[in-house]
Design a protein around this ligand. Sequence first.
Ligand code: TYM
Length: 327
Amino acid sequence: MKKRVFSGIQPTGNIHIGNYLAAIKYWVASQAEFDSIFCIVDLHAITLPQEPNVLKSKIREVAGLLFAAGIDPKLSKVFVQSHIGAHAELTWILNCFTPIGWMQRMTQFKQKLQEQQEQVSVGLFDYPALMAADILLYDTDLVPVGEDQKQHVELTRDVAQRFNSIYGETFKLPEPLIPETGSRIMGLDDPTKKMSKSEASSGHAINLLDSPEAIRAKIMRATTDSLREVRFDENRPGIYNLLVIYELFTGLSRPDIEARFEGKGYADFKQELAEVIIDNLRPLQSRYREFTADPTYIDSLLAEGASRARPLAEKTLAIVKNKVGLG
Ligand code: TYM
């Protein structure tokens, strides 16, 4: 039996190289080894205000990017969260087993609460319970994510354990799978802040669909420091972040990279980094154009993905409802 992998991505903002290097790249690389399910989490997206037409088109864009990056719709199940009603239904049941105090400790929620007090909805507060439902519906073994999602996967385990202790063995306990390098790619304009899809500043992130000109401009403008030695030093967050991106795209070792730029300055390094990113994204971008030439094709792949995932989700939900005494 292959281990089950489940992960998700929000169809909001622009998918960037942080999403790619920490998550999507691993989803692609491991899909033959694992039984993989990938979810475009539109119900999570509406925990913050969204423009309806933009959300609809982003769902297709993210799907197109996943397929273009190499997710094989025959090997992996790729679907849209709202297409399988069991996600919302299990969330409600889990809500009733999740102490408020656990949710109040979630750092992502606390940050968002600070940033936009009045706008914060009950849905945003409940975001981790929906994520727990996503994961637990599919008897998931492994959840490949970036570092920022670790706490949510840990909460999922806690909720599952609590439910299991009341009703007996029901949910499998999932493990987060977080890459050693690149699990937290930082913003180019501010290397003390995580690269984020929702950040509006144009120099913040390299998006997977950025043109070569945009990539060159963003990398050349990326914040570094006043030193000039190109070296992996975590105390110099700007150049360190760029070096990690270079390392992940080239697969070269750190000593090899440092030797390559020995005696050269940041400008030389940045120029080469920009070309490395452009070369790596080029095939993905051209496959994206092929996949999206006919929008009904993406829709049909997503419908097929949902029809393969739905029976798994419904089976778990039926077991849970029965245990709780519903219906
Ligand atoms: P989302 O859409 O914010 O991000 C998708 C994936 O990209 C990772 N990531 C990053 N990794 C490294 N550096 C960064 N700067 C960076 N920014 C984002 C995220 O960790 C994630 O792996 N809540 C999730 C989606 C979700 C989910 C799930 C994930 C919903 N249900 C169930 C796993 C399992 C989210 O908002 O990801």
